[in-house]
Design a binder for this molecule. Structure first.
Ligand code: ADP
Ligand code: MG
Length: 477
């Protein structure tokens, strides 16, 4: 078919083309397709264009059917559901002869000259293994923005960042597994993708599989239903690097954990790298089998802490450069001061004021910023949660979050717990009984007592008062 036009001949791995032989598109049809290309790019933007339309190539044209190919089945499904109707519409506008769009998978692997080398690692030509991983819908696509060069390093994420770099740069395996943990929106996924990008660039022949724990479970359950767990096991156990994001998701899901544990062991035994992220440390993961918990902390456990003002400002400045929008420093400083919850919200706030400026054509000032973000800033003031308070307080006193709910009464645990209850009363609108429930089902009188006690201690002891104040400020921004 049309690939005979190519100078290099390819080994074709999959070819689902339905076109009769030699139905090469006419010049007019090629023209129409080019116009669709161009329009799509304008309509959906560069990122979508690059990920989805760019890899499409015009294969054939027959009886009103425009046949285009994509390299993987995953892409086909995605384009089919999300973009196909619009693409067809555009195509018809360009050339009224066209009446159907057929998306087919044609996977050309390597130019023939390279095949010999690749065959050493068959059956699945290794260079193609990453594509295959996506093909069977196991590896998730990586976000092009989530790379090392876009990751701003500060005190709070320095350790995880250094560990990630070390892992990528080292030729031996410096630690296995690498376990990265931290609160929501603090950059875990960004760092995971950055590692995956870098590893794939460094060694394209390695299969780097990245997916969320949720997806891992979904695939496992699907395999169970289809009575096809062998294939599932094989795929997972044949990768070189396995990356699982948000592993807390499998807590409490016993059979998934069991499978994950076996996969984990099999890979470690074969000296394959494993990289895990979670919203809390292995110790604080609840509903996880003890064997798994201990295995998770065998390698390096690195945390990402809540952001500092400097990091928030640094990220905003980097983001401003990327957007290429004029934003005064004072506005960035204001945002860094006010939006402290996480980086996702911080980016969201910046995007909003940039979008507003774009539409209104007004310059961005402190005043417009306050107006545009009114609701966000207000809700932000109110939205401190008890979970957040417990996490901060536990961190501050070097305890586990579970100590906040536990029955332990020793002073070094009980006092911080009282501080957390006190802050919960001060900073949230929750009632005493509600707070009690959040602290391991304690009685409201216990909370009341805690509030009084901390008040008293703050009166008596200035350094203690200062300590509590540091926590309060960290929480309120
Ligand atoms: P998590 O997975 O921890 O919930 P993400 O990795 O999804 O958080 O990060 C949320 C957003 O914040 C993403 O858009 C990400 O690019 C951005 N972000 C997080 N940390 C940084 C950083 N250090 N530098 C630049 N951007 C960051
Ligand atoms: Mg994430």
């Amino acid at each position: 078919m049309s690939q005979t036009n190519n100078h290099k001949s390819y080994l074709t791995v999959v070819d689902d083309s339905k076109a009769p032989e030699n139905f090469v598109p006419t010049a007019e049809i090629s023209q129409a397709w080019k116009a669709v290309y161009k329009q799509f790019r304008g309509e959906f933007g560069e990122a979508v264009f690059r990920s989805w339309l760019k890899p499409l190539s015009l294969q054939a044209y027959y009886h009103g059917t425009l046949e285009v190919s994509v390299p993987t089945r995953f892409m086909k499904d995605w384009i089919q559901t999300n973009y196909a109707p619009r693409i067809l519409e555009m195509a018809i506008e360009k050339n009224a002869e066209i009446s159907r769009l057929e998306i087919v998978v044609i996977q050309k692997s390597l130019p023939m000259d390279d095949v010999e080398e690749a065959e050493e690692t068959s059956p699945a030509t290794k260079a193609n293994a990453n594509a295959l991983a996506e093909e069977v819908e196991l590896s998730s696509p990586l976000d092009q923005r989530f790379k090392f060069e876009n990751f701003v390093v500060g005190q709070s994420n320095a350790l995880s960042h250094a560990a990630a770099l070390r892992l990528v740069e080292s030729n031996a395996m410096p630690f296995n597994p690498l376990f990265i943990y931290g609160g929501v929106g603090l950059g875990k996924t960004h760092l995971m993708h950055a590692i995956a990008h870098a590893l794939r660039e460094k060694n394209p022949k390695k299969t780097v599989m990245y997916l969320s724990a949720e997806k891992f479970m979904f695939q496992f359950v699907k395999a169970l239903r289809a009575k096809d767990t062998m294939a599932f096991k094989e795929v997972f156990r044949s990768v070189d690097v396995l990356m699982i994001d948000d592993v807390q998701f499998i807590s409490g899901k016993e059979s998934t954990q069991e499978e994950f544990f076996h996969t984990f062991n099999a890979l470690i035994d074969q000296n394959k790298q494993i990289i895990i992220s979670a919203d809390r440390s292995p110790n604080d993961l609840q509903g996880i089998d003890d064997r798994l918990r201990s295995r998770l902390s065998w390698g390096l456990v690195a945390d990402i802490q809540p952001t500092t003002y400097e990091l928030r400002l640094g990220i905003l400045k980097a983001k401003r450069d990327m957007l290429g929008v004029e934003i005064p420093d004072a506005v960035l400083e204001f945002l860094a001061l006010k939006v402290t919850s996480n980086i996702r919200e911080l980016e969201g706030a910046l995007n909003r004021i940039a979008a507003h400026a774009d539409i209104s054509k007004d310059p961005i000032t402190l005043e417009t910023t306050q107006n545009v973000l009114q609701d966000l800033l207000r809700s932000h003031d109110r939205r401190i949660t008890i979970d957040e308070i417990q996490r901060r307080v536990a961190e501050h006193y070097n305890l586990k979050v579970s100590d906040m709910h536990s029955a332990r009464r020793s002073r070094n645990v009980a006092r911080p717990r009282q501080v957390a209850m006190y802050l919960a009363k001060q900073l949230t609108a929750r009632s005493l009984p509600e707070i009690g429930r959040k602290f391991g089902g304690r009685d409201h009188t216990t909370v009341m007592h805690a509030v009084r006690k901390i008040d008293e201690l703050m009166e008596e002891d200035a350094s203690f008062a200062q300590d509590v104040d540091v926590l309060r400020r960290a929480l309120t921004g």
